[in-house]
Ligand binder design. Structure first.
Ligand SMILES: [Zn+2]
Length: 391
């Protein structure tokens, strides 16, 4: 029988790590336990996917009324169909670690897999643990961080994906991991994820299913290597060479990241616009100067902006050698726009559409917003990957 014990303690960043160091894998006695509910497989799919990952147990099962040396029973027993949810006293001192903190022989540590293994063998609704480098993150459009909603996509990779060729085994160089707000995330991980740098994260008990990996309730993200684990191929070293992305081709899917290059065949003029920004603070909301018409005033710096920096939004159509018969639309980043316009803009910052046509751009790192086949069309957005560097 399995039970889940809920501890009602205020959980801070330190607590999660402390608790796992103190309790993970160990036999404990719990005082003042209350039964909250008895739940079943049908009502708690997430919980049972975790229980299934712990089944069958390491030690032979003892079945009441049967001789204990019957090996057949052990292998044939189905995983449990119910589980008790227990509530422990709010005070964690009611949890006592027994037997001088030895690891219990009942404990099954997480099996750490490489991302390639997970993509190749993953079944529906199966838990998996892996160590991966986060190279790009993207907020769900409808979510706001300020409202406490934390739903986003992390694009991750590891050695096994980086070294594979897409054509052969069908594994991409990067994969998206969906992050739901119910996942356990401490402050340190959140800080690492909001940083502009690569970070390497251990994903414990993420859910693999329906062709993607999701972090849900009972998934734990941490910056630490797991204390206890088994691994066939896990590699915990950091990647030193630059991360490679797949090139845009006919297998590229929406909500993935890729690289592309090509020549500009058109400009989406309905979405193109430019605005002046402050050269000191990058403020994009400049006012007309009250006395000196024609020049700008920055209310953040309280100064006249003598040399405004022109920013632009520009969407172009590319002719890509890797997708010759496909309409490829890319929303460009500022740095690419600047380099495209460098030689073609006139003094006042305006530009002639004709002058950017035929220019070559790339390699661009892009997020794939949409892919349609009739008509054959790909919508891309140029992105900046998280920088390699220290966590
Ligand atoms: Zn300013």
């Amino acid at each position: 029988m399995f039970s889940e014990v809920q501890l009602q303690t205020p959980c801070s960043a330190e607590d999660i790590e402390q608790h796992s160091r103190r309790w993970e894998g160990k036999s404990c006695t719990l005082a003042g336990i209350r039964i909250l509910q008895r739940t079943t497989r049908g009502r708690a799919l997430g919980l049972f996917s975790l229980i299934d990952s712990l089944w069958p147990p390491l030690v032979p099962l003892k079945v009441p009324g049967q001789s204990q040396d019957c090996e057949a029973i052990k292998t044939k027993l189905p995983p449990p169909s119910f589980c008790y949810i227990l509530m422990a006293q709010p005070d964690p001192r009611h949890v006592n670690v027994g037997e001088e903190g030895q690891i219990s022989n009942l404990y099954l540590p997480p099996t750490v897999h490489s991302l390639k293994e997970i993509l190749q063998v993953g079944d529906f609704n199966q838990r998996c643990s892996f160590w991966a480098q986060v190279i790009y993150r993207r907020l769900q459009v409808k979510c706001s961080v300020s409202a406490g909603q934390r739903e986003f996509w992390l694009f991750v990779t590891d050695f096994t994906l980086q070294s594979g060729a897409k054509g052969n085994c069908g594994t991409p160089k990067t994969i998206p991991v969906y992050f739901a707000s119910s996942c356990v995330l401490d402050k340190k991980v959140m800080e690492a994820l909001t940083n502009a740098c690569h970070c390497v994260i251990f994903f414990k008990d993420a859910l693999r299913g329906n062709g993607r990996i999701i972090c849900v309730e009972r998934t734990v993200l941490s910056l630490q290597k797991p204390l206890l684990y088994t691994a066939a191929e896990a590699d915990f070293s950091e990647m030193t060479s630059p991360v490679k992305l797949d090139e845009l081709d006919s297998t590229t899917q929406a909500n993935s990241i890729c690289t592309t290059r090509g020549t500009i065949s058109g400009v989406n003029e309905s979405t193109a616009f430019s605005w002046p920004t402050c050269n000191r603070c990058s403020n994009g909301k400049l006012e007309q100067h009250p006395q000196n018409r024609g020049s700008y005033y920055c209310s953040l710096c309280s100064q006249t902006v003598i040399l405004p920096v022109l920013k632009m939004q520009l969407e172009v159509f590319l002719h890509c050698p890797s997708r010759p018969h496909c309409t490829v639309k890319v929303k460009l980043l500022q740095k690419t726009i600047s380099s495209v316009l460098m030689s073609s803009s006139s003094e006042d910052g305006s530009y002639e559409v004709k002058s950017v046509l035929g220019k070559e751009v790339g390699l661009l790192n892009c997020y794939v917003q949409s892919v349609t086949s009739h008509p054959s069309c790909v919508g891309l957005e140029e992105i900046a990957l998280l920088e390699a560097g220290r966590n």
